[in-house]
Design a protein around this ligand. Structure first.
Ligand SMILES: Cc1cc2nc3c(=O)[nH]c(=O)nc-3n(C[C@H](O)[C@H](O)[C@H](O)COP(=O)(O)OP(=O)(O)OC[C@H]3O[C@@H](n4cnc5c(N)ncnc54)[C@H](O)[C@@H]3O)c2cc1C
Length: 458
């Protein structure tokens, strides 16, 4: 078909929508199908941008009639596990961008197009914080459907369990309000069970009265990685739940957008958010400060400061990643990690990080959803650039080396939202939870219309 000829299927759908449809012959096709990870080349049949929930229902009915499956995707921060999008319509809810912040009830209600950075500045100004993660450009819905582990995690737990209601269009085209009293099984499944149950159009969740915290990063030359990582590991053993921290090996590219003291540099870094007040935070940090960092950014800050603390990429980039949940982190694990990715290892990975979990993350409660707890005490996440075939191959090699080095400490479980590879769903859920999730999916999506990033299979 010539680029100027309208695609008849697009017209058929376009006529029914207040939003729009983009087909492979459209001038903005490449932009519409692009995922955050530029190493991926997503090729769906069509991309639809609904304007409202009625549009979502129309898109689901159209796809079903056409024999297409539907993949909901806001940013594509976890697009890799989807694989080929053949016979699939990509539904991007970007235009569902409403934000309501109720100071009285301390609830936020946002459309499925809202990413964390759309909400966090106004919330922070009002002295409110939300359970966001390190990347401010991640979709709130996608993050929460997968669980959501962020800077307040050890004190306030998994973000999904702070959700009080969803609105979603199920594959039969019905718009449903789902909460603790309506469609309770669906409410349970959506909180950590992923995107297999329909297209979420909005989500309502609790926000926290936090006006200030003590947060920042300590940068050390990479050559000191052994001292720093060992000291951090020992430090985490005595921390209260008010402190959530990350230790990482960071090798920054020489890009102009990276500030001068860090550009092109290689560091061992400790980042932390302390909900303790500045005085107690500084006291807690003292053993790490005693190592004399070359740069110390810790200060009393408003919650918005956490949006950029981890320096995640603000714009789409080509990358590959690898992730494990660690059952234990003995001193030997630090040595093994340093052999794989530390000074002298030859690793060119951008970031190899260890996140301290535990605290509220590990505590189950009866009202929690499908991801009731994350029991592993530590998580490992490594990322490298994949801008060319050669770079992707080299990065994968380094990622494998890190994975193999930490394999003895691997607890076997994975976080659904962090894992960017296809995986047996038994790594995300225990047998009972997985069976219950499949029952909910089979009830609401018996024909398998939805294509989630991580399928529940069977
Ligand atoms: C740089 C980076 C930093 C990250 N940091 C953190 C972190 O600190 N903590 C953390 O927990 N996670 C983190 N993640 C993981 C992130 O939370 C997941 O990638 C999450 O899935 C992103 O949601 P998204 O909507 O932006 O991504 P997308 O790839 O657009 O969506 C992911 C999946 O969510 C589902 N989905 C999205 N929207 C809808 C919808 N409206 N209806 C139904 N299903 C939907 C779909 O199954 C989709 O495949 C990070 C990822 C990256 C790349």
């Amino acid at each position: 078909m010539s680029p100027l000829q309208p695609d008849p299927r697009t017209c058929a759908l376009d006529d029914r929508l207040a939003g729009r449809v983009v087909a492979p012959n459209a001038p903005d096709w490449d932009r519409a199908r692009r995922a955050f990870n530029l190493a991926l080349d997503q090729r769906p049949e069509l991309v639809a941008f609904p304007a409202d929930a009625d549009d979502v229902a129309g898109i689901l009915r159209f796809a079903s009639a056409q024999g297409l499956r539907v993949a909901a995707q806001r940013t594509g921060h976890n697009a890799a596990p989807l694989g080929s999008l053949e016979q699939t319509l990509l539904l991007n809810p970007a235009a569902l961008d409403t934000i309501e912040l109720d100071i009285e009830t301390r609830h936020a209600r946002v459309g499925a197009g809202v990413v964390w950075q759309d909400l966090l500045p106004s919330a922070s100004q009002l002295g409110l914080a939300a359970l966001h993660g390190t990347a401010p450009n991640v979709g709130i819905v996608g993050y929460s459907l997968g669980g959501g582990i962020g800077w307040y995690a050890r004190k306030y737990g998994i973000a999904a369990n702070a959700i009080v209601a969803f609105e979603l269009v199920t594959p039969d085209g019905e718009l449903r309000t789902v909460d603790a009293t309506r469609e309770r099984e669906l409410f349970w499944a959506l909180r950590g069970g992923g995107g297999s149950f329909g297209v979420v159009t909005s989500v309502e969740f609790a926000v926290l009265p936090i006006a200030e915290l003590y947060a920042g990063a300590l940068f050390f030359p990479l050559a000191r990685a052994s001292d720093v990582l060992h000291a951090w590991r020992e430090w985490t053993a005595g921390l209260p739940d008010e402190v959530t921290s990350v230790a990482r090996l960071l090798q920054l590219p020489p890009l102009p957008e990276i500030p001068a003291p860090l550009r092109g540099g290689a560091f061992a870094v400790v980042e932390a958010a302390c909900l303790t007040g500045a005085h107690d935070g500084a006291a807690l940090l003292a053993p790490l400060r005693a190592l004399r960092p070359s740069l110390d950014t810790f200060a009393a800050v408003p919650p918005i400061a956490l949006a950029t603390l981890h320096m995640d990429p603000p714009e789409p980039v080509p990358y590959a990643s690898q992730h494990l949940l660690l059952a234990a982190l003995p001193a030997q694990a630090i040595d093994d990690l340093l052999t794989a990715a530390g000074p002298g290892s030859g690793s060119r990975l951008l970031s190899v990080e260890l996140r301290h979990l535990g605290g509220a993350l590990a505590r189950r409660a009866p009202h929690h959803g499908a991801l009731a707890a994350v029991e592993a005490p530590f998580m490992e996440l490594a990322v490298g650039m994949a801008g060319s075939r050669e770079q992707a191959t080299a990065t994968q090699l380094h990622l494998d080396v890190v994975g193999e080095a930490l394999a003895p400490y691997d607890g076997g479980a994975r976080c659904l939202e962090f894992l960017e590879a296809r995986c047996d769903p038994r790594a995300f859920f225990d047998d009972l939870t997985l069976a219950r999730l499949r029952r909910v999916r089979d009830r609401y999506d018996p024909d398998g219309l939805m294509r989630a990033n991580h399928a529940l299979a069977a």
